[in-house]
Design a binder for this molecule. Structure first.
Ligand SMILES: [Fe+2]
Ligand SMILES: [Zn+2]
Length: 398
């Protein structure tokens, strides 16, 4: 109904509490019901003497808590907030209903709190997630739309940005300050560069995540186009989370091997660079959800795994490659001068088609993922999207 917004969960007070041996069942005015263990409630007391963890200023440690805190008194006050007097240490705690609701840990509430990525395949080129640079630079709501697209699909195309060399930094600035890479802050991708990488040839470059050999690979890559090739050189992206989900569905044993065992990744330039990492290609969180992908066939070193794992591991890597190299999973598009694509290097693999135009010139730089996620939370809070500020975002590969 126009002019009326749905009641926020923040408006719902507590209406009932039921004490059981391990904790309190709390019920909100909108019917939501959730269990809170006594030890959890006592630990989370945010009174002025306990402090609070959001400001990283907690004044008590677990050793200051009773081993088995038990309430001597529980009460829902007139505002619908919870009061508890604890024994044996005679401590008083008060919890706002909205604060408790924000931290409910029943299965449904936790599921909602974790961000769900939108998986995609080659057909995403029919409706690429895209934003105009000028609008994102001047309008915070447009900038937040950019953040949402980058968060949900793992990439976003920014159209109409600065095409001059170095202009890519202004595009990166939409999400944060530049981070470092194994090379330079802004790396030139052009056949005329003296740097001997695959990116600086005319060749096609197969899908990979950048710098898989580092403990903490670059986070959000920003690839800007100064001058496209007159022939080919299209950018190709693959959703690593989609490829992993396909592998998980089709061959759970192969998926499990790539999660459990580490792959060595190397980049050694004699005398100047010696980066070696050893990590799984697929990283899971404690829920079993994929939070990051490392994939770099050019840098994948000889396996250093138990003898009985070597053959099945190679087979599993091959099965993941089949999905990554499947054209049905590859989004292929051309960046024009002044366009840039921002992509999550812990999720989205990038590749490039071959070309022969010597004047093709792209530039790449990066912003740390945690910087992007921080900017997203700050802007979400500022614009009134508190639930999005509170969402748990994938932590990546490290
Ligand atoms: Fe790359
Ligand atoms: Zn306290």
């Amino acid at each position: 109904m126009a002019g009326l917004s749905a009641p926020s969960i923040d408006d719902a007070g507590l209406v009932d509490l039921e004490a059981v041996s391990e904790g309190l069942w709390l019920t909100w005015a909108d019917g939501h019901r959730s269990l809170f263990h006594y030890v959890w409630l006592r630990d989370c007391c945010y009174c002025s003497s306990c402090g609070d963890t959001y400001s990283s200023k907690r004044f008590v440690t677990p050793l200051d808590m009773p081993v088995e805190p038990v309430p001597a008194y529980t009460h829902i006050d007139k505002r619908g907030d919870l009061e508890i007097a604890w024994q044996p240490d005679d401590h008083g705690s008060r919890y706002a209903a909205a604060w408790l609701r924000r931290h409910c840990y029943d299965d449904q509430s936790r599921r909602r709190r974790f961000h769900e990525p939108c998986l995609w395949d080659a057909t995403i080129v029919d409706d690429l997630p895209a934003i105009e640079f000028a609008a994102a630079a001047t309008d915070e709501h447009v900038r937040f739309e950019l953040y949402r697209k980058l968060r949900d699909t793992g990439f976003v195309v920014v159209r109409g940005g600065p095409a001059n060399p170095g202009g890519v930094e202004a595009v990166a600035g939409l999400i944060g300050d530049l981070g470092e890479s194994a090379y330079t802050r802004i790396f030139d991708l052009t056949p005329s560069s003296p740097t001997r990488t695959m990116g600086n040839t005319f060749n096609e470059v197969p899908p990979h995540t950048d710098e898989a050999f580092r403990y903490s690979p670059p986070g959000i890559n920003v690839l800007g186009c100064v001058r496209p090739a007159s022939d080919g050189g299209e950018s190709i992206l693959v959703d690593g989370f989609q490829a992993a989900a396909q592998l998980r569905a089709d061959d759970a044993d192969a998926f499990d091997l790539l999660c459990r065992y580490a792959q060595d990744f190397n980049r050694v330039h004699a005398g100047s660079l010696d980066q070696r990492g050893r990590q799984p290609m697929i990283v899971l969180d404690d829920r079993g959800a994929v939070t990051g992908i490392r994939f770099h066939t050019r840098a994948a070193g000889p396996l250093n795994l138990p003898a009985d794992v070597v053959v099945p591991y190679y087979a599993a890597h091959r099965r993941l490659c089949e999905r990554v190299f499947d054209p049905a999973n590859q989004a292929r598009f051309q960046l024009e001068a002044g366009d840039a694509v921002l992509f999550d290097n812990h999720r989205v693999l990038h590749a490039r088609a071959a070309f022969s135009d010597p004047l093709r010139h792209l530039q790449i730089c990066n912003v740390a993922r945690e910087t992007f996620h921080e900017q997203l939370r700050l802007l979400a809070d500022k614009l009134g999207f508190g639930a999005e500020a509170d969402q748990v975002l994938a932590a990546g590969v490290s």
